[in-house]
Design a binder for this molecule. Structure first.
Ligand SMILES: *Cc1c(COP(=O)(O)O)cnc(C)c1O
Length: 409
């Protein structure tokens, strides 16, 4: 027993050194201790959709070795505005956008996009651009529709933008109900619909094809579709289900994806794409000191994030992300099967890497940073696990073993 403990401690120490390299003191104990805890715990984070197995190795060494840490840059303005005179990384931002745009079905010469500051920032632009586009092309204020299980940012943003919002009921598994959408539709006004891909807690994907058929019954009603694909928009393009985030198949006008989820940017980041037509039909406000029309909501934008994205494309790119996407779905199926095997109640939507389950004990919830929810239809107290790159089979085995112990107590 003792011997085993010594071995375990030795392994833990080796892993810790491998993760931290040689820790360097900042001179502030509090800060150093915090850093150590973050590094020790990061692989245990199973409840939130971030990739703790990123491909940013070497980025900071390069950045500092080239003294970029002394430079203040800013990507204010459109990355496609080549007259920009700022110290910026616009050139690399454009390359990043050109890499990703076709993955979401946007034609190389007919899209506008940006590296955004988050999935929420992308939703903000999708909703804002959509509402403006509909108003500027019809003279009518739109009604916004979104499912009641969609990410809260969409509701918050509708509020912020003072839009008439209709929350559409979703089914037990979290998908917008087509009949409910039809009941709520006001065909006398343009329709701004936000599709959830997926819903926050249950990982449900709105069935865009069926919902689009409902909208198609009202051909006089102008429609703008924004897809909130913060998490699933990361991995789906690299799977056999790529068509689910393809504008060519689903005819959406904009899409938002988070950069810190599947792609593993280590700070909040995102991608936003729309069409040139939408971008060209926004309200105009000429900004004298910048000598151009700025269509985006925020002025200053990170110049570092696009460089990280660009770095990730070189180091991971299509091939690694393809492998990881397939692995994520395989490991999700594995976790589901293992939980079924020990008889732990759990559910998962199709195409989803998010398993929701009967809530484990408090210690397990806090050890694995699980996100919790309550839903009578599934027996009340729930938690969810998001299977990202660092959630390996080994990690799943440890967790399932702990849960089966819990069942015995
Ligand atoms: C995570 C998430 C968001 C919020 O994205 P942030 O990048 O955290 O702002 C919005 N919608 C969905 C579907 C999400 O999964």
């Amino acid at each position: 027993m003792k011997y085993n403990n010594i071995i375990a401690a030795a392994i833990a120490a080796t892993i810790l050194t491998a993760c931290t390299g040689n820790p360097k003191s900042s001179g502030y104990d509090e800060l150093d201790q915090w850093a150590e805890t973050m590094v020790q715990n990061h692989l245990n984070q199973l409840g939130y959709p971030v990739n703790q197995n990123s491909h940013l190795d070497g980025f900071y060494e390069w950045y500092i070795a080239n003294r970029l840490d002394r430079v203040v840059m800013n990507n204010a303005g459109s990355p496609f505005d080549v007259t920009s005179s700022l110290l910026s990384s616009h050139k690399f931002e454009r390359e990043v956008l050109k890499f990703f745009a076709p993955l979401y079905g946007f034609d190389d010469n007919d899209f506008w996009g940006m590296v955004s500051s988050s999935g929420t920032d992308g939703n903000n632009h999708g909703i804002y651009f959509g509402a403006n586009y509909l108003y500027n092309t019809t003279g009518l204020k739109p009604v916004m529709y979104v499912s009641d299980e969609a990410h809260y940012s969409n509701m918050r943003l509708a509020d912020l933008q003072n839009l008439d919002l209709k929350l559409i009921k979703s089914d037990d598994m979290g998908r917008m109900i087509p009949e409910e959408l039809e009941k709520a539709l006001d065909p006398s006004r343009p329709c701004l619909i936000v599709y959830a891909m997926g819903s926050t807690f249950k990982g449900a994907i709105d069935d865009q094809k069926t919902l689009n058929e409902v909208l198609a019954k009202y051909p006089q009603m102008k429609v703008y579709r924004h897809v909130d694909a913060a998490l699933f928009g990361g991995y789906l393009p690299f799977t056999e289900y790529a068509g689910m985030v393809d504008r060519k198949e689903l005819n959406f006008q904009s899409i938002a994806i988070s950069g810190h989820k599947f792609f593993g940017v280590d700070d909040p980041a995102g991608l936003f794409f729309t069409t040139k037509e939408v971008y060209d039909n926004q309200s105009k406000y000429d900004i004298a000191y910048l000598n151009r029309d700025m269509k985006m909501i925020s002025c200053s934008r990170s110049a570092i994030t696009p460089i990280k994205f660009w770095w990730l494309i070189q180091k991971a790119g299509y091939e690694a992300w393809n492998k990881e996407a397939v692995q994520i779905l395989e490991n999700t199926a594995y976790l589901k099967a293992e939980l079924d095997c020990i008889g732990w109640p759990c559910w998962v939507n199709e195409y989803s890497n998010t398993i929701f389950l009967k809530r484990p004990c408090k210690e397990t919830v806090s050890k694995y940073y699980l996100a919790c929810n309550y839903d009578e239809r599934f027996g009340g107290e729930l938690a969810h696990i998001v299977v990202m790159q660092h959630v390996t089979k080994e990690c799943i085995d440890v967790l399932v073993k702990e849960l089966s112990e819990e069942l015995k107590n």
